[in-house]
Design a binder for this molecule. Structure first.
Ligand SMILES: [Ca+2]
Ligand SMILES: [Ca+2]
Ligand SMILES: [Ca+2]
Length: 396
């Protein structure tokens, strides 16, 4: 009888080995309430974004894992099945830090084209600090082209302090561009190298993650795609800090990437109370960070509260995908006015000529022309608008 049992066990372990892949996971290790009364359910992992929550064990001696409790760890292992529960059986476990210790400063970056003060080339760039921050030299170790695109910009600089022959300087860790006229409060999902989610709402899962494009600092938003058999839509929204007005020209820019081919990641500008009305949008379905920019004129007749809507796309069935977003910037870059039908920044007889040709159906009407020529806000252009336009010109 014993012999037979042994044979059965060995067959199970061979088939298990054939189907097992090495698993890597990350998160905070906790002790678990023993739901299964076996060695598999003594510990569980509170996972980092993108990883699964699992029971964790080390079958030869689970108690060894006590020293990793409450630590942020990376684990490799294999799936095992105990009497009642499954777990990941640890092969390697390592305590990992969230981010190295960095020095953080904030201010205007400039290239040091004056004589070198340091005689060791460590003063290639400087930072004119904001209140509350110290002056710092910044070195690229003779690769200034890395920082030249940010020359003159207001940035957070997050770097390692190094000592050269004569000076101390920071070398590059991360740059987070601070866009002072950004109408979004928290478009980079961080402040001073700490993750920040302030100002954003989601429908499904979302969290900050250390994956950012150049100029986007250290953190981005990792947003779960919608799933037709789970939570959807996979969106996050943030309301602009000021109300937008008729004719405002808004430029939206940002970075996005997907983790699964053929699922998109969209940045959209919509009214807060009508998110299905897309004022402007851009998207990426690439796995690498992609820059997205679009510009739109707000063709409305009343002040409107707008929001940025980040859309992580949609998958079906068991597919899971995540989209990453960062450095979302919304700027008002111009203003169009009622009456300026030909968009030359003045209202005059040339605009009336176009309005008349529209009324006589001589020319097609663009959405902008319809908005600009509709002086009396009744959504058509007719002689009443021309009369009002004449009054405006005569009254100037
Ligand atoms: Ca960021
Ligand atoms: Ca005009
Ligand atoms: Ca009208």
């Amino acid at each position: 009888m014993k012999k037979v049992t042994l044979i059965v066990v060995s067959i199970i372990s061979i088939s298990a080995l054939l189907s097992q892949d090495r698993i890597t996971t990350r998160g905070i290790l906790h002790t678990a309430a023993s739901v299964c009364m076996d060695a598999c359910s003594m510990f569980y992992l509170e996972p980092d974004p993108g990883y699964n929550s699992d029971f964790i064990t080390y079958l030869p001696d689970p108690w060894i894992l006590m020293e990793y409790v409450d630590e942020h760890v990376e684990i490799t292992g294999e799936d095992v099945w105990c009497a009642e529960c499954g777990a990941i059986n640890v092969q390697t476990i390592e305590i990992i830090g969230d981010l190295p210790e960095f020095t953080i400063t904030s201010g205007i970056l400039y290239e040091n084209t004056e004589n070198s003060f340091c005689m060791d080339g460590c003063d290639e760039f400087g930072i004119d600090p904001d209140d509350g921050f110290d002056f710092q030299w910044i070195t690229t170790l003779s690769e200034p082209e890395i920082l030249l695109p940010f020359d003159g910009q207001h940035i957070e600089f997050i770097g390692d302090e190094i000592t050269c022959v004569e000076c101390t300087a920071l070398i590059l860790g991360f740059i987070n561009v601070l866009t002072d006229d950004n109408l979004l409060i928290n478009g980079s999902f961080e402040s001073q190298a700490e993750p920040l989610i302030t100002g954003w709402n989601y429908t499904c899962s979302g969290d900050t993650e250390t994956d950012a494009p150049m100029g986007g600092g250290a953190w981005s938003l990792m947003l779960e795609s919608g799933n037709t058999q789970g939570c959807f839509p996979g969106i996050a929204t943030s309301v602009l800090s000021v109300t937008s007005g008729p004719g405002d020209i808004l430029q939206v820019s940002g970075w996005a990437h997907q983790t699964y081919n053929y699922v998109g990641a969209w940045i959209k500008l919509t009214p807060v109370d009508s998110p299905e009305t897309i004022i402007g949008e851009g998207n990426s379905h690439y796995l690498d960070w992609t820059s997205i920019t679009f510009t739109d004129t707000l063709l409305v007749n009343e002040n409107t509260n707008l929001q940025i809507l980040l859309d992580a796309g949609m998958t079906g069935g068991s597919s899971v995908s995540w989209a990453y977003f960062d450095q979302i910037v919304v700027q008002k870059i111009g203003q169009m006015s009622k009456g300026d039908v030909n968009a030359d920044n003045s209202s005059d007889v040339l605009d009336i000529v176009i309005m008349v040709s529209i009324i006589l159906s001589i020319s097609d009407t663009t959405p902008y022309q319809l908005w600009a020529g509709d002086m009396n806000l009744d959504e058509i252009i007719d002689v009443l608008d021309v009369v009002q336009m004449v009054n405006v010109i005569v009254g100037q």
